[in-house]
Write a protein that binds this ligand. Structure first.
Ligand code: G3P
Ligand code: CA
Length: 287
């Protein structure tokens, strides 16, 4: 009887621990740890990659603001999602249509990137340079910077590293996560890793980039990056196990619906990109 009680005494807490991740409501504790990445700023509320969208994200308390990088023909790093100006830039067409990589920074100064959504805004926003973003926000936030189509912008990695150095944002310790550099291009990330191994990197994984052998794919990523950023529908229990086996953070994109946020938190992701940082913030502090 004594032996049975002892056994039950050990087994009951153990059972509780094993069941805890599945228990109703347990996602609240996981949610509290979830990193909130403001995708293109608070782009659900303000035009993407504008100071307005970043200001809102910082005010909402997001952990990171995201920047997609493009490089002008004269080597200036600007923050814009598309390689072409056409979708979001407005202004004289000779300056504000076509590839960013074929314009000088002076050309791009003629364009604004806030009226395309048709909102009634007090002031028009220009295309921010990465330099201006780092200067404006300093240490008041953290930065999640993507090298976009880096194969069409030779020198983008070196220019990024030089800029981070000027802003004293190259990490001095492995725990420093003030800047994360992300890319769909493993070549770009391997190059960054070679140039500055202290810089924490995230390998983005698009829908068509899922490796056939997930475990081997994660092992490879872990040789140069600290995490993966999969499109949200790739995240399954199998995906999570493989990533965690190799010590990788998992930051899916782009998660805007609260139901999807909850599902991913229950699966154990470490953070997520969202256009609505306040939604994820409120899951993090439900009271
Ligand atoms: O960087 C994560 C996510 O933003 C990737 O997709 O196209 O929005 O840059 P995209
Ligand atoms: Ca991005």
């Amino acid at each position: 009887m004594e032996a049975r009680s002892l056994c039950m005494g050990v087994a009951a807490p153990l059972l509780l621990v094993l069941l805890l991740p599945l228990a109703p409501g347990s996602h609240w504790s996981a949610a509290a740890q979830t990193t909130v990445i403001a995708h293109r700023g608070a782009s659900g509320y303000a035009p993407e990659h504008t100071l307005l969208a970043y200001d809102m994200a910082v005010r909402m308390g997001a952990d990171y603001i995201e920047q997609d990088l493009q490089m002008t023909s004269d080597g200036v790093l600007v923050v814009m999602h598309d390689a072409d100006l056409d979708r979001t830039a407005r202004g004289p067409s000779r300056h504000c249509t076509g590839p960013v990589g074929e314009k000088t920074y002076e050309d791009i100064l003629n364009c604004e990137v806030s009226s395309w959504r048709g909102e009634d805004l007090e002031a028009l926003e220009r295309v921010p340079t990465l330099d201006s973003v780092l200067t404006r926000y300093g240490s008041s936030t953290r930065y999640y910077i993507e090298t976009k189509q880096p194969e069409h912008a030779p020198g983008m990695e070196e220019a990024l590293l030089e800029l981070l150095g000027r802003h004293d944002l190259v990490p001095s310790s492995p725990d420093d996560r003030t800047v994360l550099v992300q890319s769909f291009s493993s070549e770009s990330l391997r190059k960054m890793h070679g140039l500055e191994p202290r810089l924490p990197l995230i390998q983005l994984i698009g829908a068509s980039q899922m490796p056939d052998d997930i475990d081997a794919g994660m092992r490879d990523v872990a040789s140069y990056a600290i995490g993966v950023g999969p499109t949200q529908r790739l995240v399954t229990p199998q995906f999570m196990s493989a990533a965690k086996r190799h010590g990788l953070l998992v930051h899916p994109y782009t998660v805007n619906a609260e139901g999807d946020m909850r599902r991913l938190i229950e699966l154990g992701v470490d953070g997520m990109f969202t256009n609505f940082p306040d939604r994820l913030m409120s899951l993090r502090s439900p009271n």
